[in-house]
Design a protein. Structure first.
Length: 452
């Protein structure tokens, strides 16, 4: 006897795929990139014109203990946000962009990151400006708060929180848990169930401690894991120094010509280079989604713009440093000709560049990148859920979140992964509306801070 639920499930899957392609297609890319260009114009290119003050503010915040409301230090807020953004996108996302869009896709990733710096800066400025102090929860903020308190639009605030609380289970939980389990299985041969069980216990112990415990872990792990990955990539580039000019030349030339890339790879046209470069850039640094501002809203700071400057540095580290190193390693080692995609392509490139330890660096990087992403996104999802159902709902969210780590590790509920990807893209829509609607306030606060 046929199960009537099967055709319905297949129908819903097709609907979700269609919506997902629309959400993560050209319209959203244009909307996110357009918002970044608009905000950059309105703030008079602060990522360039105010770079000296921005660096001074960040260095000062790193060295000195900042005063002001908040639960964690500005640096902890940065590492928590980086924990969510520096992840599989830097390893698998860059490789996917290059394999599908050609070397020129990297140029368009830089292009989107340049404007994405101001997008993320604006998100953080508004999140800190409209944050609230809640008993039993601490300092909370994010797009849902500036949409409600700044734009005076409860509907958009609820939509963002709804999309965020559910999307976190996919992009921030099950996908990351599966990446860890798969990497451990390939590197060390451990069963995915065992890895998932250990991961759920370890991550659960951190998550149940709230943002202060999450931040204390990310401020230690993120710099170490980033340094390990960067050191491996830089070593490969030093060994292949003579090939770097050619790699850079191909990035710039193929961004506008769409000609075949080196090694026999038939490069896609300019349209594909732009599409995959911008899309993967957005995916890896999350500028426009609004998620990172939830972590930054908890930072101790005496002015919204002071914390916003950390967002500019965040995008710089994530895309212009780590993603660039990944792309150059793939190009100089000739791994692109292997025909591989995603994490497998990056692993192949590191193995060619550093036979032996290269693949291990990628595997360990994937494990720690995905683990810290899981921690940060648990906080994002929890705060969205708390906005909808109150402070007492936080503990329930954590209790549901932790078992799903094991589910994701063994590869379960893959249909939810796709749905969560759709919801993740939908988060951007209310956030971008809020950014454009409150752009005047961002300009006002920026002028006030930089003049002072």
């Amino acid at each position: 006897m046929n199960n009537p639920a099967v055709p319905l499930f297949q129908f819903l899957t097709l609907i979700n795929q269609a919506v997902n392609e629309l959400v993560w297609g050209i319209p959203l890319i244009v909307l996110i990139l357009g918002t970044g260009i608009y905000l950059t114009y309105r703030t008079r290119f602060i990522q360039v014109t105010k770079i000296g003050i921005i660096i001074k503010t960040v260095v000062s915040g790193f060295i000195h203990r900042k005063k002001g409301e908040g639960d964690i230090s500005p640096f902890q807020a940065l590492t928590t946000a980086l924990a969510a953004t520096v992840g599989t996108g830097n390893i698998a996302g860059v490789a996917t962009a290059i394999s599908l869009g050609g070397a020129g896709a990297m140029f368009w990733m830089w292009f989107s990151a340049f404007f994405g710096m101001v997008t993320k800066y604006s998100e953080i400025v508004l999140a800190v400006h409209y944050r609230e102090k809640k008993p039993g929860s601490g300092t909370v903020g994010g797009p849902m708060y500036f949409l409600q308190n700044g734009l005076n639009n409860r509907v958009l605030a609820v939509l963002f929180a709804f999309f965020g609380s559910l999307a976190a289970f996919g992009i921030g939980n099950m996908v990351q848990a599966n990446s860890v389990a798969d990497a451990v299985n390939k590197a060390f041969g451990l069963p995915t169930f065992l890895t998932g069980l250990v991961l759920a216990v370890v991550a659960g112990a951190v998550i149940l401690g709230g943002i202060k415990r999450i931040a204390s872990i990310t401020e230690k792990l993120v710099p170490v894991m980033a340094a390990l990955y960067v050191l491996g990539a830089v070593t490969i580039l030093i060994l292949n120094f003579n090939l770097i000019p050619g790699a850079l030349s191909s990035i710039f030339s193929l961004a506008f010509t769409g000609e075949a890339a080196a090694g026999g790879f038939v490069g896609a046209g300019v349209r594909e280079a732009v599409r995959f470069g911008v899309a993967r850039g957005i995916f890896t640094n999350e500028a426009g989604l609004g998620s990172a501002s939830i972590a930054h809203a908890s930072a101790r700071t005496d002015h919204p713009v002071a914390q916003g400057t950390w967002g500019i540095i965040e995008v710089f580290i994530d895309t212009l440093v780590i993603c660039t190193l990944t792309a150059l390693v793939i190009l100089v080692t000739g791994a692109l000709e292997s025909g591989l995609e995603g994490a497998a392509l990056t692993t192949e490139a590191f193995n060619r560049g550093l036979p032996g330890p290269g693949g291990l660096i990628v595997a360990v990087g994937l494990i720690f990148f995905a683990f810290t992403t899981l921690l940060a996104w648990s906080f994002y999802g929890e705060k969205c859920f708390e906005f909808l159902f109150g402070t007492r709902a936080s503990l329930r969210y954590r209790q549901v979140w932790i078992p799903f780590i094991l589910v994701g590790a063994v590869g379960g509920l893959r249909g939810i992964w796709s749905l969560a990807d759709t919801l993740n893209g939908l988060m951007a829509v209310p956030n971008l509306i809020g950014l454009v609607g409150l752009s005047g306030l961002v300009v006002k606060l920026s002028r006030e801070y930089f003049r002072g």
